[in-house]
Design a protein around this ligand. Structure first.
Ligand SMILES: C[S@@+](CC[C@H](N)C(=O)[O-])C[C@H]1O[C@@H](n2cnc3c(N)ncnc32)[C@H](O)[C@@H]1O
Length: 200
């Protein structure tokens, strides 16, 4: 990373707040803002968190679902164990991993949340396409894992294919919305697709 990037990061209020509060990543503020906007996670819920490492979203989700709820976190990269969070290591785009994920859940999930992102190449159209591929895989898994009425969140970028994906989500949910949390880095086209109330 260049010096300008390091400087910008240190000026970033969300990065500074995450450090000051001992949080695992600044990404946690995005989930909190999505939660404030849509109210997706409730005490007692079972949540599937895809692309979970280093664990900011998992920890926030575990706090929101409380002692009667639980979180199953999936990532290719391991993360430090947390109370109420079961970690499954692997690639969630691989259907072979789905059985292990569904077993770890033990019951249909109330919410599937995905902050999964590929290693960015800097080639915008490639990064947009790869992120959308991950979001689409998260939707495939959500179709198997979510209970009727459950909710879905996936990280995407606005760009080619974004509108098509939003339409695909709207086929499985009562409503599909795009939302860019204020904590998203300035100038980024990152946005989250939210599916409300899974049909059937
Ligand atoms: C932006 S980070 C997630 C940050 C996390 N939400 C937090 O709050 O700490 C994106 C994560 O997606 C994971 N990821 C990307 N592709 C994946 C895949 N196919 N299967 C599992 N994890 C994946 C990466 O390993 C990375 O840890």
């Amino acid at each position: 990373m260049g010096k300008a990037w390091v400087k910008a990061r240190h000026r970033d209020p969300y990065y500074r707040a995450a450090k000051a509060q001992g949080l695992r990543s600044r990404a946690v503020f995005k989930l909190i803002q999505i939660q404030e906007r849509f109210g997706l996670l409730y005490p007692g819920n079972t949540v599937l968190d895809l692309g979970a490492s280093p664990g900011g979203w998992s920890r926030a989700a575990a706090e929101l679902v409380g002692p009667r709820g639980r979180v199953v976190a999936v990532d290719r990269v391991s993360m430090i164990p947390m109370e109420r969070v079961t970690f499954v290591r692997g690639d969630f785009t691989d259907p072979d991993l789905h059985t292990a994920i569904l077993e770890a859940l033990g019951r249909p999930a109330d919410a599937v949340i995905s902050d999964a992102a590929p290693k960015l190449t800097g080639h915008k159209s490639l990064d947009v396409a790869r992120t959308l591929d991950l979001a689409r895989s998260a939707l495939t898994l959500a179709r198997k894992a979510l209970r009727p009425g459950g909710s879905f969140v996936a990280k995407t970028f606005q760009g080619d294919g974004y509108r098509t994906f939003l339409r695909e989500v709207s086929e499985d949910f009562d409503a599909a919305k795009g939302y860019t949390p204020p904590a998203t880095s300035l100038g980024s086209s990152e946005t989250y697709v939210v599916g409300l109330k899974k049909i059937g």
